[in-house]
Design a protein around this ligand. Structure first.
Ligand code: ATP
Length: 237
């Protein structure tokens, strides 16, 4: 395995009585597109907040890019939180200009290229966009950064199935030779099956499987089947 981009050892975090992470152990190698998969409430966002220094573990060790998460590691990370919003009066172009002025290693050239690929109008006003269009702008803002690690928390929410497929193909194309590592959380693997080359399956604050997606498929079948088997109870809700 190459140097890990992320390492968690016996990590626990509770919010009051709610145990969000419960002895989480994971190691994720660098240079991969990794899916952090699991049902609502299994601790995906808490893990991502921990990697960006927004919450601290109660117990255990967390390392991102080989160090304890903090302001220094954050300079090398692009993060799309699960509830981010834009300033509604900005156009897409203005949002990118803001990104260029404010976010380390933001490439306007890449942002414009991605917008073209994802059918996003540069002069469209964000306040008037559908949820799915706005989700694309958020995604581009992260992908246009030439950083070591991109963390995307549920980036496809609100984007319809056909657009998702095109976007996923675009992400794979775009990231293929970049050497960047990407962590993407989702509870809905159906339309993004082909995206991940490394997979972590989470349940109730723990990792129940992690490894190459190919090995997972060889062991269990398609990711959809794996999901059904591993989360039989949650699937029926
Ligand atoms: N700030 C908070 N205060 C109290 N409880 C919280 C807080 N943040 C998360 N939780 C709880 O911790 C558990 C894990 O939440 P988390 O958001 O990490 O899960 P998730 O897997 O990202 O879920 P989802 O897919 O719904 O976003 C949930 O039960 C949630 O209700």
């Amino acid at each position: 395995m190459t140097a890990p981009i992320l390492r968690c050892e016996q990590v626990s975090k509770a919010y009051g009585k709610k145990q969000a992470l419960n002895g989480l152990n994971i190691t994720v190698p660098e240079g991969r597109i990794t899916g952090i998969l699991g049902p609502n409430g299994c601790g995906k966002s808490t893990l991502f907040r921990m990697l960006t220094g927004l919450v601290r573990p109660d117990r255990g060790t967390v390392e991102v890019l080989g160090s304890k998460p903090g302001w220094e590691t954050n300079r090398h990370i692009a993060y799309l939180p699960d509830r981010a919003r834009w300033y509604p009066n900005h156009t897409v172009r203005q949002a990118f200009e803001w990104g260029e002025s404010f976010l380390p290693r933001f490439s306007m050239e890449q942002a414009i290229r991605l917008a073209d690929y994802m059918d996003v109008e540069l002069d469209a006003r964000i306040g008037g966009m559908s949820k799915g269009q706005e989700a694309r702008v958020m995604l581009i803002q992260c992908l246009a950064r030439e950083v070591s690690l991109i963390i995307l928390d549920e980036p496809f929410t609100g984007i319809d199935v056909m657009s998702r497929e095109a976007i996923v193909a675009g992400i794979i194309d775009y990231l293929e030779d970049s050497g960047q590592s990407v962590l993407i959380s989702t509870h809905d693997i159906q339309e993004v099956e082909g995206l991940f080359d490394y997979t972590v399956m989470m349940k109730q604050g723990q990792a129940i499987w992690s490894g190459d997606t190919e090995s997972l498929r060889a062991e269990y079948g398609s990711l959809r089947d794996v999901f059904r088997k591993m989360y039989a109870k949650e699937w029926q809700r």
